[in-house]
Design a protein. Structure first.
Length: 295
């Protein structure tokens, strides 16, 4: 029996002959259903985020695993954590079937390679402190399932996200999260509905994890790396807002702290650079805790 992501939805019979407006409307409605599928799994996502954050606070790494579209979506989420939240690249691992630079043919066929996943888990020494997020639309992709099972056997926390209620990923992982994104408008094209649902779920999950790690203050990205002119301007505004200082003071504090926003806030509040670094180190980089520090 085909998984739900492979079903032919006969509502879209004759789609290739529909008007352009009706064609796009069908795709839009599919995207809306995909995003809506994340709503019912808020609580499972919350529980998974709490467990992930606990592993990372204990020195663990965040690992993503997937193949095809699902792997690409996972890779995109992973690579944005550094710039957005300042999460260290050496604490992020992406296991993408075929590799991120694989040719199209290899990229598609690599999802069947169970042994490659085992090799990657072993090569990275993934173990009890680590958390692995695996994504597969069908929930049965051999590479992805193998990654979950091998990582779990090694003691890692595992989260499985899929779009098929019968997906083995849901029962193989410690946290199974089912996104009921419905059959695709273009049958089997999981780069569309399923991929959209996965991206929304991953965005939410990783953002909550980073919040639990203290990399937000209010709704501000205090862990952000200010690596260009736009982001440096944003950093000045963030420091000024939190520290209650003008732009010149915020700019100076940022320059003295090598544009570390959290450190700059403490400098603008009167701390020395050395003391600011000591305080932040003592509270795992949590700015709110640092501002309340009494030591």
């Amino acid at each position: 029996m085909a998984s739900s992501t492979e079903e032919f939805d006969m509502r879209f019979a004759g789609l290739d002959q529909w008007s352009d407006a009706d064609f796009l409307t069908a795709l839009w409605e599919g995207q809306m259903r995909a995003v809506a599928s994340v709503g019912p799994v808020i609580e499972p996502l919350s529980r998974a985020a709490a467990d992930i954050a606990n592993r990372l606070l204990d020195g663990g790494r965040l690992v993503y695993a997937g193949a095809g579209t699902s792997g690409t979506v996972a890779w995109q989420d992973a690579k944005e954590l550094g710039g957005t939240f300042g999460w260290p690249e050496d604490k992020t691992i992406v296991l993408l079937a075929g590799g991120v630079d694989s040719a199209p043919g290899v990229f598609n066929s690599a999802e069947d390679d169970r042994d490659a996943a085992i090799v990657e888990i072993d090569r990275h020494h993934i173990g009890p402190k680590d958390a692995l997020i695996a994504v597969a639309a069908s929930g049965s992709t051999p590479f992805t399932l193998s990654a979950v099972r091998t990582a779990k056997a090694a003691g890692a926390l595992t989260i499985g996200i899929c779009n098929n209620a019968d997906g083995a990923l849901l029962t193989s992982a410690d946290h199974g999260i089912f996104l009921d994104s419905a059959p695709e408008v273009v049958a089997g094209s999981t780069r569309m509905g399923a991929g959209t649902a996965q991206k929304a779920a991953l965005n939410m999950l990783s953002t909550l994890v980073m919040n639990r790690l203290g990399r937000l203050f209010d709704n501000l990205m205090v862990g952000m790396r200010a690596e260009n002119i736009k982001l440096q301007g944003r950093a000045v505004r963030i420091v000024g807002h939190i520290a209650g200082c003008d732009g010149d003071v915020a700019q100076t504090a940022l320059e003295h702290s090598d544009f570390d926003i959290r450190c700059a806030v403490l400098l603008a509040r009167g701390q020395t650079l050395q003391k600011a670094k000591e305080i932040l180190a003592s509270v795992n980089g949590n700015l709110r805790a640092a501002l309340e520090y009494k030591g």
